[in-house]
Design a protein around this ligand. Structure first.
Ligand code: DC
Length: 223
């Protein structure tokens, strides 16, 4: 069973995906972490972020690993734990170049399908999971929320990670990423066909989870 959860930054999809997977007893995949670790690798190697071939080659390498843990997916790059580093503002500010690379997207989608094949069942979250990666998923959800609410959530996470950042900076970053996510020529963020849309602005994670499980029940996917 493949369940996709797409949506913009701060829509609540990561926490929801993780908790849904735990509730169903199946693995979850944070595909944003894949784009983030490739971004970090590119920054560390001083790769020109517009060099298509170099970026795709970085994505292709198998020197980064994703390992789902109880609170975050644990990410290692060349043997080093970079779970926190990939959430830094430095990485935030550069992911859009990586996300806009057709070569990187091709490689990462292939890797995502391989992971799904290997694991059988998966809750997978990102921007293109129900559109490009798994158009035939068993169930698709699209989460969204008001931009101020999304920035507030993002700020909360960054402050918890020890970043010194203001709401204005996070709002600017959220707006910039929304713009580039929606406008990039390859795999722009879009509501997948047949996806259930949920506005999470005024909802707790628990309420979102309940809505999703209700849909899955109606679809006969869970009992
Ligand atoms: O969800 P996130 O903020 O961790 O995503 C990090 C970046 O990767 C963001 O710029 C969007 C991009 N992304 C993407 O283009 N496609 C995905 N499936 C997941 C993330």
């Amino acid at each position: 069973m493949i369940i996709t959860i797409d949506g913009p930054a701060g829509s609540g999809k990561s926490t929801t995906a993780r908790k849904l997977a735990a509730r169903l007893g199946i693995p979850y995949l944070d595909t944003g972490a894949m784009y983030r670790v490739v971004t970090l690798a590119a920054l560390e190697d001083g790769v020109d972020l517009r060099d298509e071939a170099a970026l795709a080659a970085l994505a292709e390498r198998d020197d980064y690993q994703l390992d789902p843990g109880p609170t975050h997916i644990r990410v290692t790059l060349r043997g080093r734990d970079v779970t926190e580093e990939i959430r830094s503002m430095r990485v935030n500010d550069h992911t859009r170049y990586i996300a806009a690379s057709p070569g990187v997207r091709r490689v990462l989608i292939r890797k995502q399908r391989e992971i799904a094949q290997r694991l059988g069942s998966l809750v997978t979250e990102g921007r293109d999971q129900g559109t490009a990666a798994f158009p035939d998923a068993d169930a698709k959800f699209f989460l969204d929320a008001a931009r101020e609410k999304r920035a507030e959530r993002r700020l909360h996470d960054l402050l918890a990670d020890g970043e010194e950042v203001t709401l204005e900076q996070v709002l600017a970053n959220v707006d910039e990423r929304d713009r580039t996510d929606a406008q990039r020529p390859v795999a722009p963020l879009a509501v997948p066909a047949n996806a259930v849309r949920i506005d999470t602005t005024a909802l707790s994670i628990q309420a979102v989870l309940d809505l999703i499980v209700e849909h899955l029940r109606k679809a006969g996917l869970v009992t």
